[in-house]
Design a protein around this ligand. Structure first.
Ligand code: RB5
Length: 143
């Protein structure tokens, strides 16, 4: 599985560690930046990740910024993206099981790196439940 990943400066440290973790687990990883702690704008990294997910160039995405909200708001402007913010493992499970999130977003300034790994592992190992949730996600796109 190929995972695209991005962050702004607030998430860059966790992103770098998470890339190493994912590579160690055998995932392919495409890094969309940033790779600097210099202040930057989350949208400059969220849009390229979203485009890659929409085009099928990567299977899933992970995005990290300070609160997670800048990334989530930007990513969810893309019709093909369901980006879900998770700050705990149960939310990480539900955002896949119920919302079929194809991008996982996490808030670097509010959770530990250990939690980032736990959420990521949970989200990657959870299946979408379908059923009533299939009907619900089908109603999300703006017609
Ligand atoms: C950066 O300071 C911060 O605004 C950003 O990481 C994010 O939290 C925005 O939503």
């Amino acid at each position: 599985m190929k995972i695209g990943i991005c962050s702004d400066h607030a998430g860059v440290e966790y992103k770098a560690k998470l890339i190493s973790y994912l590579l160690g687990k055998g995932y392919e990883v495409v890094n969309f930046g940033t790779d600097s702690e210099d202040s930057c704008d989350y949208a400059d990294f969220a849009h390229p990740l979203a485009n890659a997910v929409e085009k099928g160039e990567v299977d899933k995405g992970i995005a990290i910024c300070g609160t997670g909200n800048g990334m989530a708001i930007t990513l969810n402007h893309h019709q093909g993206i369901r980006a879900g913010l998770a700050w705990g493992t149960e939310i990480g499970r539900l955002v896949k099981a119920h919302n079929d999130a194809n991008v996982l977003v996490m808030p670097a300034r509010f959770i530990s790196y250990r939690m980032v790994v736990n959420i990521t592992r949970t989200w990657l190992n959870t299946e979408f439940e379908g059923g009533r949730h299939e009907r619900r996600i089908a109603k999300i796109p703006v017609k």
